[in-house]
Design a protein around this ligand. Sequence first.
Ligand SMILES: Cc1ncc(COP(=O)(O)O)c(C=O)c1O
Length: 384
Amino acid sequence: MRIDPFGLERWFAEHEHEADIMLAESGIRSLDASRFDLDPGKLGYVIPTNGDPEFRASVGDRYDRSADEVLFTCGTQEANFLTFLSLLGDEGAVDGDGGESGVGSGTHAVVVTPTYQALHAVPDAFGDVTRVELEPPEWELDPEAVADAARDDTAVIVANNPNNPTGRYHDEAAMRAAYDVAVERDAYLLCDEVYRLLAAEPQPPVASYGAHGISTTSLTKAYGLAGLRFGWIAGPEPVVERAWRWKDYTTISPSLFGQHVAKQALGRREDRILSENRELAGDHRDRVATWVDEHDLDWLDPVGVNAFVTVPDGFADAEDFCRTVVEEASVVLAPGHLFGFPDRFRIGFGLPTEELEDGLDRVSRVIEDHTAESDSAATTGGDA
Ligand SMILES: Cc1ncc(COP(=O)(O)O)c(C=O)c1O
């Protein structure tokens, strides 16, 4: 088995620690721990290890699913990883049930890209991936392209909605049409919905569509609680049950501390947290929209706090632009080649407002300096 290095994480590891401003973080700014009770009592494992049954039942209600159709995980990352293992892993080795689990045994995944690298790199390591590429400027999901890519051995169709990096929120009709393709192929539609609750009008989650729908998410992006490392899978019981068996080998149980704070964040404080965060996202989107216009760049007006913007003139490509910005202005952006689009960069605008303003000003200065340099090179005929 071979897995590609996670390009975006490596880029962040190279630059994030030293830089002044992180303008590529894909989630909303973090909430302060002081908003929550921080004492879960004795710090043991969560027992049962798939998560507090009552809390799983209340999370399951959000999907019209039962407690046994929910598995708590360490973030969406583990939720996706375990779902892929559940669907694409070696069935005999996991279940010891001779294939009685009711989960198909195909090894093929159809993945809608560009997207978060884990959503194609992991299934690519375990099985075989066909990508359905979204195209600029609208990045629209074409269910017919999904149907064309699906095969008899397709186990899962994978989407991320709203989408990272484009900020595109695929409409419900397109998602339901992709779900129908999954049903026809006796496969599952897995939707990473980690940005869903940042939308002003969130669509129903895919796990509520029916027997072939699986949703993964966490409190990281929409709630601003990445450090909890708390997420879940919601979907059909056989898939969730197999994911739990794999979890015995990854993290055993979710974080007790994460579960304790998650109960509060999803309780009576939820509306307030989400409305504060949506308001921040909306205000920042407007500020970035003005900035994009000022520099004559293109983007799709995004849902969430990620946008995929064209590289300004005067730079060879996104990597050249993002390296220049981090070196000259100490601001981290994410180059689009990490998502297969070297003519774009991803900006994440969920950070605190003053940092956003400072970051945009600094990037503006880099763009203006380089425009001035290329103008003067053009007038003097030089090659600087
Ligand atoms: C689409 C998507 N899924 C999952 C993750 C990881 O999220 P978590 O912190 O919930 O593991 C990210 C982080 O950027 C993401 O963009």
